[in-house]
Design a protein around this ligand. Structure first.
Ligand code: SAH
Length: 576
């Protein structure tokens, strides 16, 4: 919940605007005394938007400040709605909130946290979207400063997790490092470090463990809890790394299991007996099988859940028993991530915020060199960029998938939308179920061009690539003919290159046989790029020599017309 405090008329108007824009998310705190309302918001909300001056806000909150990991995020907005200043908890929601406010209030976000300025991943939120937690937050500032100042920082345990990049001074082989970052689910930390080392090592707990539990009906929560704690301790793994408790469907309402999990802040997932009986386990039991239909509950559910969340799993604690319960712990091998990212047609403001975020989130970027050039300034320090030249599509696709299969966070980039005549299909032809794939849509060349020309795509249309590199000409020709007969507006991609110069005239000839000579033809070269050029002509007058491989060509249906110099295809619900 976002608490909103205002003291002036314009503040109150803006507060009401926010409440209307983000229903259910905003609570406007009205009090005679804004300071009291602010204190109340601090106590009861996750975030605060204060329409009071930064100074006034800080004076009220200063005595209440605890640790940044637990305090609410605070953003102050000035009286003229010019700036939204992330004052407290920048990496705990304030930066994001300050940016979100732009959309509603038109304010400019003011962000002062160091890592954002340096385009470096913030350690506070490093791996948070994967479920990482910080074990020793007191070291965040110290290690964060080392990361930013370029000092050598030892990185341990990151391999296999699809994490965002850290700058090159943070590395597994950093020499003479006196600070470090360790990612581990092992309970014991000192054994991995040299003497005197651990004091400076920031430790992250990854969500790598699943606790499998079985029990008799009516088992007490205390017994389940003690068994879980003991099993984790004996296996030498950290409770902070437990992702969830897993059991059989039959136990979905077993209060002792639910309570023991809830006390520890864990969710419970359950599976049918049939699913669990298919899992191979070291300690099956015939008695259990006769009772519930699977020879293992604890081991099988731990392994099965870990495989669902990851790409593989191993048991780190085989089954242990108490009088009425069983417990086992599995560790998962994380799944890598492949983001397939469309960069849009060229202009930076047509690159979506989500695509930009996907580029920052990736530790490996794979793409054609000219597309990498389009976004090079957004690439964070430490990101591996694997760029290659024209024509190596299959190799690029394979590289991207292989990097993701190794557990990395990969962005495979393409112009326009990466799924339209681009990299998504070759990549997904190789990709297995062992990686997560996230498609990030982009604005296509066709959409960019049609907006420049008018409204050519207002009714049914067909996209046809005229490149016969991957498709035989007979097939292309058949499709052009079908589009001609179906009276579709047609958008030609890859219309013409130096070596392929006869296909476009041939295609236009087919269309001309089915629609009037004054049918509009629009072509746009380098849409939204600095040397953009849009031309509107007709089927009778079009000169294919004006077209090259940086162009899309749009040919109207028999209903399309030029209106005031714009290409318009009517919607068609008033068909005469
Ligand atoms: N994925 C891209 C298409 C890549 S195929 C998309 O979604 O738009 C390459 C072809 O796209 C080029 O030959 C050209 O026909 C077209 N194209 C790509 N970018 C363009 C732009 N900015 N202006 C005009 N045509 C473009």
């Amino acid at each position: 919940m976002i608490g909103v405090i205002a003291a002036t008329a314009s503040g109150r108007t803006a507060a009401a605007t926010l409440a209307a824009a983000w229903p259910g998310e905003v609570r406007v705190l009205a009090d005679e005394r804004p300071a009291d309302a602010l204190r109340e918001a601090w106590r009861t909300c996750d975030a605060v938007v204060s329409f009071l001056a930064v100074g006034a806000t800080v004076r009220v909150l200063a005595p209440l400040l605890g640790h940044k990991t637990g305090d609410p995020a605070v953003v102050c907005v000035d009286e003229s709605m010019s700036f939204a200043v992330a004052v407290l908890g920048g990496h705990h929601g304030a930066n994001l909130l300050a940016r979100r406010l732009t959309g509603v209030l038109g304010t400019q976000p003011v962000i002062t946290t160091a890592s954002d300025g340096a385009n470096v991943s913030a350690l506070d939120s490093y791996g948070r979207d994967l479920g990482f937690t910080v074990h020793n937050p007191d070291l965040l500032a110290h290690v964060g400063a080392a990361v930013l100042s370029g000092e050598p920082v030892l990185l341990d345990g990151a391999d296999g997790w699809p994490l965002p990049p850290l700058p090159p001074n943070v590395a597994p082989d950093a020499e003479d490092a006196t600070t470090g970052i360790l990612i581990t689910d092992r309970a014991e930390l000192s054994c991995m470090c040299h003497d005197g080392w651990f004091g400076n090592r920031l430790v992250y707990r990854p969500p790598s463990l699943v606790v499998g539990v079985g029990s008799a009906r009516g088992v007490p929560a205390a017994e389940v809890g003690e068994l879980i704690d003991r099993t984790l301790a004996e296996a030498g793994v950290a409770p902070e790394s437990v992702r969830c408790v897993a059991t059989i469907d039959l136990k979905a309402d077993e209060q002792g299991i639910l309570d023991a999990a809830a006390e520890r802040g864990w969710n419970v997932v359950t599976y049918p007996a049939g699913t669990l009986s298919a899992v191979e386990v070291p300690n099956p039991s015939e008695v259990v099988e006769a009772e519930v239909g699977t020879p293992s509950v604890a081991e099988a559910s731990a392994l099965h859940a870990a495989r669902e969340f990851g790409r593989a799993a191993e048991l780190v604690a085989p089954k242990r028993k108490s009088a009425n319960a069983t417990c086992a712990v599995a560790r998962l091998t994380p799944r890598g991530r492949l983001a397939v990212v469309g960069l849009g047609p060229g202009a930076r403001d047509l690159l979506t915020p989500r695509a930009e975020e996907a580029l920052r989130r990736a530790s490996v970027i794979v793409g054609l060199d000219q597309y990498v050039d389009q976004v090079r300034d957004l690439v964070r320090p430490g990101t591996r960029v694997l760029e290659s030249g024209l024509g190596q599509e299959e190799e690029r696709a394979r590289t991207a998938v292989e990097e993701a299969a190794r557990g990395r966070a990969v962005a495979l980039i393409g112009s326009g939308d990466a799924g339209v005549y681009a990299m998504a299909s070759p990549a997904l032809e190789f990709a297995g179920a062992d990686i997560d794939v996230d498609g990030v849509p982009g604005i296509t060349a066709a959409v960019a061009a049609s907006n420049l020309l008018g409204a050519p795509l207002g009714h049914d249309h067909a996209y046809i690539s005229l490149s016969d590199l991957h498709t035989p000409w007979e097939v292309i020709e058949r499709r052009v003919r079908a589009a001609a007969e179906g009276d579709f507006t047609v958008c030609f991609y890859n219309p013409r290159s130096r070596a392929r110069d006869w296909q476009l005239p041939a295609a236009l000839k087919i269309l001309a046989a089915h629609r009037p000579p004054d049918t509009p033809v629009g072509f746009v070269r380098n849409a939204t790029r600095p040397d953009q050029n849009a031309t509107l002509t007709t089927l009778a007058d079009v000169d294919p020599a004006d077209v090259d491989m940086f162009t899309v060509v749009l040919v109207g249906s028999s209903r399309s017309r030029a209106v005031a110099g714009r290409f318009v295809t009517p919607r068609g619900y008033r068909w005469a």
